[in-house]
Design a protein around this ligand. Sequence first.
Ligand code: ADP
Length: 449
Amino acid sequence: MFRKILIANRGEVALRIIRACKELGIRTVAIYSEADARSLYVKKADESYLIPGDPVWAYLDYVRIVDLAKSVGADAVHPGYGFLAENAEFARFCQKRGITFIGPKPEHIEMFGDKVKAKKMMKKLGIPTVPGVEEPLKDPTDALHYAKEIGFPIILKSAYGGGGRGMRVVKSEKELPQLFESGYREAETFFGKGDLFIEKYLENPKHIEVQILGDKYGNVVHLGERDCSIQRKHQKVLEVTPCPVLPKEMRNKMLGLSVRAMMQVGYESAGTLEFLVDIKKGEFYFIEMNTRLQVEHTITEMVSGVDIVEQMIRVAAGEALPFTQSDITFRGYAIEFRINAEDPKRNFAPAPGKITAYYSPGGPGVRMDAGVYKDFVIPPYYDSMIAKLSVWALTWDRVIARAKRAIDEFIIRGVPTNIPLHREIVRDEDFISGHFGIRFLEEKLPTYD
Ligand code: ADP
């Protein structure tokens, strides 16, 4: 087992990884920018090092990060999510310098990072994908040609992207040239390459994803699915596990195909296969695979009892998974709320600033993953998510009751947050029915005001 792990991340996820390490008796090394000097994770790590200069580059400058890992005697690096988590070059660089990268093999990060290649690969492995063009496109005229073939509405997506960037829903032919240009430009700014690909736009499917864990010996298990349909601007806001309305047969098919595909590629560490699902038609389509720990892993941990971060560490250290699929049992339901410092009155724009009051929920079935506290000043440079509230209960009815109770207990003052929005969601009849799709919030937001 590793003696010392450097955490190449910040905020709540850095703290999450520190917690797993402490329970395993592994020393932890945190890095931080000047803007994060007062963050909780910096205080909780055994050692913390300032990376001066640009506050974002601090978490991306991997040569410097690996140099630091070497100089402090760390034997492994955990990248968390975001920043370097899906950077194959970083994973390779770690290997080259004799530091273990806690995550999948670099070639898998690379392959699944290219969404077009990933779809082709999955199709070959027998997994249905969304109908579309399996080529990255640079030219709006080509795009128009293919879009007509597929039929509007279509969605343009960045071939190398994430976070909804470069994504554009195109309803008609005449909208296409302008939306292609703006999507291309956005993708180019964020990912260096503007290439877009086209998919049929599915009207209101569910977003359901499968959590996978694999080891170096070809063992792969699933930890069930999560329903991540509650989204704003293609970004997840609240997640649920298991999906309360997914028919058993469909679930088994999705989980089974996912595990089989990951066994075939020899996938290692934690990963997530994302699908769009039409429950009425009984159809599901793969959209992408994330080769990292996900924000919403907490709810899977609550229903499966598996510590996903611990297993990532163990597998990276060369241990075999300690369970087979039949050893894993799922119990109850869990919901995660992403608490963002953002202003609902300003179209949910990020709202950094000082937290003047902070009372987090507690009691039975409540889990908090937060990086903030009273008097903490949220820096303006990073993602607006400041905390995650996850709740568990034995039944769907009870988890709704508990979710209401817990989100009502949450008090954050000084900065606006999306807590009021969450309170509305868990009281919404359509949400409670379980029959909600990815456009749920888009349709509901005006009625919540
Ligand atoms: P990103 O990696 O940028 O987050 P994804 O491919 O994971 O992009 O898609 C994010 C979200 O965008 C999905 O959860 C869904 O809401 C929406 N989306 C993606 N593809 C489609 C599609 N073909 N039809 C309808 N919505 C889609």
